[in-house]
Design a protein around this ligand. Structure first.
Ligand code: PLP
Length: 387
């Protein structure tokens, strides 16, 4: 027997969070009171009306069989209605929406469906590491575009060589951004649609955080005229309805692209558990007051954490969206060293910014996924550290 991993797995970049994971485990083993601001997973339960719908759906024998394919028509209809009321975007449930086992399922299978070996995908960074990993696993090449603070953390489209744009098959964007927290203005999406038309690449917008905002509601990429001809958008119940464990999301937009991804997925999985789809229908079609409550909760945490962190001398922008705080490290201290010292001296877990790409060096990401009293404690501990 051989247990050697494939060459394909060997293509993956080193896992930059391994050191911090090991240090966290060691501290926990010693009984340390760890405050985890590392992983972006909501700490509150799924709202009760969604759980009830899921429980009722669980008891129905018709839901116990393979779900297969694009998903229940009722699910796709609920997505279509939600898009119409939230974004004024029309989506045809028959061919422009496909259910996913969480949006990560679709995002990571996408390169296998679209890239031939050696094909290029453009990925702005710092970004969700799964984009690059799945491009490499599919035999593709990633062209990274740096997201810099002086450009409002938007990709500088004019700086991308036209040969790269002409050769690219996919162009990923993610607004509101994990880990950068920023949203993109309409003018950015308009330029991106024009570029996609000119060069023929597919725009892939990850909109997982579209409902977690504290200022203007973020746009859907599909609101831009012509967007549906050149792109698709990924969405998820995970962050909007505290449903990360349920695994339900969808891809929508360009019907040909949705069909291609669906064809690939039909060979890999057998769909989203229908009881979970019915719970998602309850989430999308029900009252959205739980979403407003979620925003209020994270805004309170943001308004507690950010000003106090600034008062301690940290250079932080106030996030307009998401539950992430993207903070400059103290002057002259690397991302890895900052994360290591926060863990060892304050028992706080954060994520080193360079784990999201080289342009993230000099930053750390805090996820505001603990109650205010814990954030208070975290701030007190940070306040005692000397850099
Ligand atoms: C959390 C997150 C998602 C959602 O993942 P699911 O598979 O839907 O749970 C997608 N993209 C980004 C950038 C995320 O942070």
């Amino acid at each position: 027997m051989t247990t050697n991993a494939s060459n394909r797995l060997g293509l993956l970049p080193p896992y930059l969070f391994a050191a911090i994971d090991a240090a966290k485990k060691a501290a926990l083993d010693k009984g340390a009171d760890i405050i985890s601001l590392g992983v972006g997973d909501p700490d509150l339960p799924t709202p009760p009306h969604i759980i009830s719908a899921g429980q009722a759906a669980l008891a129905k024998p018709s839901n116990h069989q393979y779900p297969f394919g694009a998903g229940l028509l009722s699910f796709r209809q609920a997505v279509s209605n939600w898009y119409k009321s939230r974004f004024q975007v029309e989506l045809d449930p028959a061919c422009e929406i496909y259910s996913l086992i969480g949006s990560k399922d679709g995002l990571t299978h996408l390169p296998l469906a679209f890239l031939n070996p050696g094909d290029t995908a453009i990925v702005p960074e710092p970004a969700y590491p799964a984009y690059n990993a799945s491009i490499l696993l599919a035999g593709g090449k990633t062209h990274f575009v740096p997201l810099r603070e002086e450009n409002g953390f938007l990709p500088d489209l004019a700086a991308i060589p036209s040969a790269v744009l002409a050769g690219a098959k996919l162009f990923y964007v993610n607004f509101p951004s994990n880990p950068l927290s920023v949203t993109a203005p309409r003018s950015f999406y308009e330029k991106l649609v024009a570029l996609a038309r000119e060069h023929g690449f597919l725009v892939v917008h990850d909109a997982a955080y579209s409902e977690m905002y504290y200022e203007e509601p973020p746009l859907s990429f599909l609101q831009i005229p012509g967007a549906k001809e050149v792109g698709i958008e990924f969405h998820s119940c995970s962050k909007t309805y505290n449903m990360t464990g349920w695994r339900v999301g969808w891809v929508c937009g360009n019907a040909d692209a949705v069909r291609v991804l669906g064809r690939l997925k039909d060979n890999y999985d057998s769909g989203v558990f229908q009881a979970v789809q019915e719970a998602a229908v309850a989430a999308l079609a029900g009252s959205q007051s739980c979403v407003a409550d979620m925003r209020r909760l994270y805004k309170e945490r943001r308004d507690l954490f950010v000003p106090r962190l600034r008062a301690l001398g940290w250079n932080v922008t106030n996030p307009p969206a998401t539950f992430y705080v993207w903070a400059h490290t103290p002057a002259g201290v690397s991302s890895a060293k900052t994360a290591e010292r926060l863990l060892n001296e304050a028992h706080i877990v954060c994520t080193p910014g360079n784990g999201f790409g080289p342009t993230g060096e000099g930053y750390v990401r805090f996820a505001l996924t603990v109650p205010p009293a814990r954030l208070e404690q975290a701030l007190q501990r940070i306040g005692k550290m000397a850099w």
